[in-house]
Design a protein around this ligand. Structure first.
Ligand code: ACO
Length: 356
């Protein structure tokens, strides 16, 4: 048995390749570095090609889906955490395998997250607007203002960067569910449940908590040294596959630069993060010499999403906005080319007593 299924190959996929030794991510034949300037709609077209009959105007079809799911916002329970609230609303989308269901599932976190956040702040949810791209519309629904092209491009860069990433825990969950013949809504809901844990998509909020607790670049070394001595894990570092720097961390660090240059990100926050990263990498090397631990995607995710105005309670929801496209592609791939996923367990419990 392989603990945590480490190194076990459980699917063949044409969707993405994670090379943990080289620090390289390929999405459908395109290196992340080349894909990251695209809009999220282009990444969706790439991931979904061959799995759906795609319309010539996919951005328009997605905009229409945003309008369709907005009708569910009235059922929102704003007493729930944002991720629990979007999961409950997404469950209102009937199960299906068609493009319409897929588009609604991608539109769901994009529309529901701003709506929940506004309700929690005592404001009225804002409907999607025709004529805006997916990323710009999300920011418009969040703030009520049309975002700058730099802000929309930064959110696009984030959504594209996290759109797919091999057989991670949430994608595997989606594939297991799809392998039973259940529909896309079920696969996406299960995947979202797997994503929300702090060891997967729940880490970037705690990254900001760590930056707040450290406070100044000078305090980084003693704070991190004490945390590692206690046996704590540093959020935003380490990965099951990457043994070098996660290429997504660099993609997001680059996406932050135009916002820093224009003053849309607090430069002192970025400087603090860079100081913490430098100290953390040096101390991890010294304290965990047997385990190569480097920066993962969540570290710069935290800074980018904070700069775009998302509260840390909603970071997992924004991750969901990007990853849902990948989950759906994997669910379709599993349903069309795979078999029922049904591994075995090794029983280590007691056996029945023999009658004397
Ligand atoms: N800080 C300190 N030590 C760490 C860290 C870390 N962030 N990550 C791993 N380690 C140490 C462990 O304590 C362990 O040390 P030990 O052998 O001395 O006990 C060793 O490295 C191996 O740890 P595992 O848990 O076996 O490694 P695994 O591959 O299962 O962990 C994980 C991967 C869960 C991401 C881990 O690195 C972690 O907890 N990181 C912090 C949380 C985080 O950033 N999560 C986001 C990941 S990216 C994503 O999912 C999108």
């Amino acid at each position: 048995m392989k603990s945590g299924l480490e190194d076990v190959v459980a699917a063949e996929t044409v969707l993405s390749d994670v090379d943990g030794q080289a620090g390289r991510l390929i999405i459908r034949g395109v290196s992340l570095d080349d894909l990251v300037g695209s809009r999220y709609e282009d990444a969706l077209a790439l991931l979904w090609s061959g799995f759906f009959d795609l319309p010539s105007d996919l951005p328009g079809a997605l905009a229409q889906a945003r309008k369709e799911v907005f009708r569910h916002v009235g059922a929102a329970d704003s007493s729930l955490s944002p991720v629990d609230a979007i999961r409950a609303l997404t469950a209102l989308i009937p199960d299906g395998d068609d493009l319409g269901t897929a588009l609604q599932l991608v539109a769901a976190p994009a529309v529901f997250t701003p709506a929940i956040l506004r309700l929690q702040a005592g404001a009225r949810p804002l409907p999607p607007q025709t004529g805006l791209g997916h990323a710009a519309d999300i920011l418009q629904m969040l703030t009520g203002e049309t975002p700058s092209p730099r802000q929309a491009a930064a959110l696009d860069a984030y959504l594209v960067t996290v759109s797919d990433h091999g057989l991670n825990a949430s994608t595997f969950t989606a594939r297991v569910i799809a392998s039973t013949g259940a529909g896309l809504t079920s696969a996406v809901l299960g995947a979202l449940g797997a994503l929300k844990g702090p060891l997967h998509g729940g880490a970037p909020g705690p990254v900001l908590d760590m930056l707040d607790a450290i406070g100044t670049a000078e305090n980084a070394e003693p704070w991190i040294e004490a945390a590692l001595t206690r046996g704590d894990r540093l959020m935003g570092f380490g990965h099951r596959i990457y043994r070098v720097r996660d290429p997504r961390a660099d993609a997001l660090k680059s996406a932050l630069r135009p916002l820093t240059a224009s003053g849309e990100v607090d430069a002192s926050r970025v400087a603090l993060a860079e100081g913490v990263e430098t100290a953390a990498l040096a101390l991890l090397k010294r304290k965990k010499p047997d385990r190569p631990l480097d920066t993962n995607v969540e570290f710069y995710t935290a800074l980018l999403l904070e700069a775009l105005g998302f509260p840390r309670s909603a970071f997992t929801c924004v991750f969901t906005m990007g990853r849902t496209g990948g989950w759906i592609a994997h669910a379709r791939e599993q349903a069309t080319t795979g078999r029922l996923i049904r591994p075995q367990s090794r029983y280590v419990g007691p056996m029945p007593q023999q009658a004397a």
